[in-house]
Design a protein around this ligand. Structure first.
Ligand SMILES: [Zn+2]
Length: 148
């Protein structure tokens, strides 16, 4: 029996190609674990008069499993304004732009959600002697939470 001449699976042509294939596999692995697993949605922000309505606010505490009021306090403090929760929405006094919210939320996640040891977002907070610790459910590491 003769094999057909046409190649069914193209073989990598060069060492470089092999290398770049190996690299893209590593990227895929990195995406599966750690920081990149947690993708924050874009804040949906509108302005009404002198207020900023953060319309999909409730998605964030749910996604990162942190207390909604605590995250709101963090945002209000960093933006130097007052804020309140209205159902799924958060309302801030003053006109705040979407980028500020997304930067602050990313920082919050980096400092208070992602495990500094393995990068997993599956962590929870524990209070001990007036200090907040982040406990990683993936690797078991306990680290001081920079935000809580
Ligand atoms: Zn960990």
């Amino acid at each position: 029996m003769k094999y057909p001449r046409r190649r069914i699976c193209p073989m990598p042509r060069s060492y470089d190609e092999l290398l770049s294939r190996a690299r893209s596999d590593t990227d895929k692995e990195a995406k599966k674990s750690g920081a990149l697993r947690l993708e924050l949605p874009e804040p949906d922000v509108i302005w009404v008069g002198n207020k900023t309505i953060f319309r999909n606010y409730a998605e964030f505490p749910k996604l990162i499993r942190r207390d909604s009021a605590r995250i709101l306090m963090y945002l209000a403090k960093e933006l130097a304004t007052a804020a309140s929760i209205d159902g799924e929405r958060a309302i801030f006094i003053g006109r705040k732009d979407r980028d500020s919210f997304s930067q602050l939320l990313q920082r919050y996640v980096k400092d208070g959600v992602l495990c500094p040891v393995c990068g997993s977002p599956d962590t929870h907070l524990e209070k001990e002697k007036r200090m907040w610790f982040m406990v990683c459910e993936a690797c078991g590491a306990r680290s001081v939470a920079k935000v809580a």
